[in-house]
Design a protein around this ligand. Structure first.
Ligand code: FES
Ligand code: FE2
Length: 385
């Protein structure tokens, strides 16, 4: 597997991106992929397919949250990952660990949602676990003469913090430290959590994801929001490993036309959307970044976890106000996307299509489906590469 510097080198520099965008602006062109794709509607609707996708997610190293969502010892986040309840917690030693979120007495989740605790105490009968997962105490312990506390800690899941992100992998054979090397540093040092939220989206996780990965819909879907400040159908699409980066320029990029190459700063000139295969999207916005994790609930329901991170100091109220204004604007566009996605979800059931069509402008989505098809194929034939 490639080392970090090589991964970073797979992506163009900001200066190269800006130069390529100017070529597209001047020629009214955009990046095009090499192939189109027909994705069977069944792959969005079948339980069998979703089960396969969950299995893939359970056996991959995937982003759980940004590190800044777990800053202090005792900070925890409990949520499902590919249908399995997990909890991540920062220990007294500063290390983030992940566990299957099930009490070793009778399986109840030891914590829900987010919080900060000195110990994880099961809400049912009060078995208490240290932040490193070890079973610390059992109320009225004499009732459990056979329980060896040393072997009844929370069950650990592979967890690793790298470049400002927390990763987990539920496969006990995983080499998570190796895997995270394939993800370049996306979140700069010093970024802290501004806010986080979760929302249910009544659509298949892939339909929802697809709406972030192409700029072919800017004029039509975002007529009065993004289109007046961006470009219709003008994106740069790059591949790194199974992942993609899509650059969406704003018209303000024109301000960089005559800048020296060394002065290039793309903040507020373009949005990078990084798709970390399969279910994570990290986007850059003016003054902040957004980490979105899509948790498939069933074939037609997704839970979206969103983390907004920034390096703007809490005391810089004017700058923070500007970030939140920008986010309000982005949220308008996100609602437009959401309505389209919900409509596409209903379209799946209409019987009109046996497949969805992805063109040359939608190559990041083609890559998503290509790799997913390969992974599903591997589940069916584990010996085939
Ligand atoms: S199930 Fe957790 S203490 Fe009983
Ligand atoms: Fe959109």
């Amino acid at each position: 597997m490639a080392v970090i510097t090589n991964v970073q080198n797979q992506l163009l520099s900001d200066t190269e991106v800006v130069q390529r965008i100017f070529v597209h602006i001047d020629n009214a062109t955009t990046d095009k992929g090499e192939q189109t794709w027909k994705e069977p509607v069944d792959n969005y609707r079948s339980k069998k397919r979703l089960d396969a996708e969950l299995k893939i997610l359970q056996n991959r190293t995937i982003v759980f949250c940004p590190s800044s969502a777990l800053t202090k010892s005792g900070d925890y986040i409990a949520r499902d990952v590919a249908g399995i309840p997990l909890i991540t917690v920062r220990g007294l030693d500063g290390k983030v660990r992940a566990f299957r979120n099930a009490c070793r007495h009778r399986g109840v989740q030891v914590a829900q949602g987010t919080g900060c605790a000195r110990a994880l105490v099961c809400p049912y009968h009060g078995w208490a676990y240290s932040l490193d997962g070890s079973l610390k105490s059992i109320p009225h312990e004499h009732g459990f003469p056979d329980v060896d506390k040393a072997t009844r800690g929370l069950v650990a899941v592979a967890c690793c913090e790298s470049n400002g992100l927390v990763f987990v992998n539920q496969n006990p054979q995983a080499n998570i430290e190796q895997d995270v090397l394939s993800v370049p540093k996306l979140i700069p040092d010093g970024y802290r959590l501004l806010n986080s939220s979760s929302q249910i989206v009544e659509a298949n996780w892939k339909l929802h994801l697809e709406s972030s990965l192409e700029g072919y819909h800017i004029r039509q879907t975002h007529k009065n929001t993004f289109f007046p400040v961006q470009y219709d159908n003008l994106t740069l699409v790059e591949a790194f490993g199974e992942n993609s980066r899509v650059a969406f320029p704003y018209q303000s990029i024109e301000g960089l036309r005559h800048k020296k190459q060394t002065d290039i700063c793309v903040n507020a000139r373009l949005t990078y959307v990084y798709h970390l295969f399969p279910n994570v999207v990290i986007s850059t916005f003016p003054g902040c970044m957004q980490v979105v994790i899509l948790e498939p609930i069933d074939e037609s329901t997704t839970r979206q976890h969103t983390y907004l991170v920034s390096d703007i100091d809490e005391k810089e109220t004017e700058q923070l106000k500007a970030v939140f204004e920008g986010q309000k604007f982005a949220a308008k566009g996100a609602i437009e996307d959401l309505n389209i996605v919900l409509s596409a979800q209903r379209g799946l059931a209409s019987g009109a299509n046996t497949f969805l069509e992805f063109g040359l402008f939608e190559s990041a989505i083609v890559r998503l489906h290509t790799h997913l098809a390969k992974e599903v194929g591997r589940l069916d034939n584990p010996l085939c590469e």
